[in-house]
Write a protein that binds this ligand. Structure first.
Ligand code: FES
Ligand SMILES: [Fe+2]
Length: 476
């Protein structure tokens, strides 16, 4: 007698005969992303492997049921089963149900500073761009021409004039996205009323978030209301990019996020530990080792000094933790730093002597913010770090790190780029190695998810959020 789970597995393994599958938004988009053809057999061109070949034979219903059963196999308080990192069907569902339906951090205002500046992004199958319009406002559009669909802006970053021209047949748009010309000999009357499709865009104190859904999560307003007082003192709109580095981690995006949600592994970050106390959440001194206790005493002394600075500067520090139970999960906390307590540098001193905004206190620790699913941030007195995570395929993830300093800070006088970036360049490379090795290890048929420790509570919260959001999307 087969159990229900075994029956389900059998159901998707013994997939229906190849047939033309009725179009459905979710399945159709997954198919197109993986460039699979349901009627004429499957062709794997990019990320899809054997598992995706099976998926092209599955109906939308079976796909939902399969992923629902995987979610059901997750053991709360344990690492995720390997399919969540390696299965092409799960990855397709992640793109559609997580990345196409939630608010995503893409850039800060300083990355698109002048009218006409734009940046392009690829979010799963969706090419989009953000452009600064003539009136100084920012807008986001799907980067797909209303004529025959070419990507219009084809560089990662650039400048458009008063018009945006598709290079293919020269259809032309104004910066509000309206078609104003249909190229040489083109009949503009045919394009009457056509516009580039808008993407929802929110500017949170200089952080730019987009949402691809028609109806984006409304709880972003609550995030904005709670976080604006924390972010405003760091004056992000008055910064400029000192350095930006793209790193491709050879692992699934969930491993990148999980890795960021715990400091259990921080022993592997010697440069970071110069400045970061690895205490997060509520600390029970009894649970600490002898060695940790001496660090904890140092932490308590540093916390008193830091609290005095925070009060003088009038900056908030209280923890906000709403990482699950809502669409836009987030967590913020101002963390005490080691040594001088000033910055996340090798010597714990500020890297930029021109402090942000009108701040005068150097010892502000780091205001740490996570926003699910794809971002984390450090706001210090002298610089800001943003981290944007975008899946490339199921086993590769882009991590874009940006260092921002006061707009008037001068390189060589107020800061040295190498000193500013050294700690996080080393930390990112170490994290990339952790993620890559975990991807390879969890792909083993012999991998069995192990238990999370108390210090990994945020990994558990991320899993809960992911489970909630996937179930909501799949309606299972
Ligand atoms: S596809 Fe853009 S002008 Fe033809
Ligand atoms: Fe790390």
């Amino acid at each position: 007698m087969q159990g229900r789970a075994a029956q389900r597995r059998a159901a998707w393994r013994l997939a229906p005969e190849p047939r033309r599958i009725p179009p459905s938004a979710f399945f159709d988009r997954a198919m197109r992303f993986f460039r699979l053809d349901a009627s004429g057999g499957c062709e794997t061109l990019r990320a899809a492997g054997t598992a995706a070949v099976t998926s092209c034979l599955m109906s939308d219903h079976l796909l939902s049921e399969y992923i629902g059963s995987l979610l059901g196999s997750r053991r709360p308080g344990f690492a995720l089963p390997g399919a969540f990192f390696s299965d092409a069907r799960v990855f397709a569902a992640d793109l559609e149900l997580i990345f196409a339906r939630h608010w995503l951090f893409l850039a800060s205002e300083a990355e698109i500073p002048e009218a006409g500046d734009y940046r392009t992004y690829q979010i799963g199958p969706y090419p989009i761009f953000i452009v600064r319009q003539d009136d100084g406002s920012l807008a986001a559009f799907h980067n797909t021409c209303r004529h025959r669909g070419s990507r219009i802006l084809q560089q990662e970053t650039g400048v458009v004039g008063a018009k945006i021209v598709c290079p293919y047949h020269r259809w032309t748009y104004d910066t509000a996205g309206k078609v104003i010309d249909c190229g040489p000999g083109g009949d503009v009357t045919l394009a009457r009323g056509l516009q580039l499709k808008r993407v929802h865009l929110k500017n949170l104190a200089g952080l730019l978030f987009v949402c691809l859904a028609d109806e984006p999560p409304e709880d972003f307003a609550d995030l904005a209301a709670q976080m604006t007082p924390y972010l405003d003192p760091h004056a992000l709109p008055r910064t400029r990019v000192a350095k930006q580095i793209d790193l491709i981690e050879h692992g699934n995006w969930k491993l990148t996020i999980e890795n960021n949600r715990e400091c259990f592994h921080c022993g592997g970050h010697p440069e970071l530990l110069n400045s970061l106390f690895h205490f997060l959440g509520d600390i029970s001194e009894d649970a600490l080792s002898q060695e940790e206790r001496s660090v904890y005493r140092r932490y308590e002394a540093a916390r008193e000094l830091s609290l005095a600075s925070w009060k003088r500067a009038g900056v908030p520090w209280e923890r906000i933790e709403v990482l699950h139970g809502r669409q836009t999960g987030f967590r913020a906390e101002r963390l005490v730093l080691e040594g001088s307590g000033e910055s996340m540098t090798a010597d714990t001193r500020v890297a930029c002597t021109r402090l942000l905004g009108s701040l005068t206190e150097r010892r502000l620790g780091t205001l740490h913010l996570h926003v699910q699913p794809n971002a984390w941030f450090h706001f210090l007195s002298d610089h800001i770090l943003t981290f944007c995570v975008l899946p490339i395929d199921r086993e590769r993830t882009l991590v874009r790190t940006t260092w921002l300093v006061h707009a008037d800070a001068e390189e060589g006088k107020d800061y040295d780029v190498d000193n500013l970036t050294r700690v996080w360049v080393a930390t990112n490379n170490q994290d990339a190695q952790f993620v890559e090795e975990t991807q390879r290890g969890t792909a083993s048929p012999e991998y069995v998810p192990g238990p999370l420790s108390a210090t990994e509570f945020m990994v558990d919260m991320f899993h809960r959020w992911y489970d909630e959001r996937m179930r909501a999307g799949l309606k299972v």
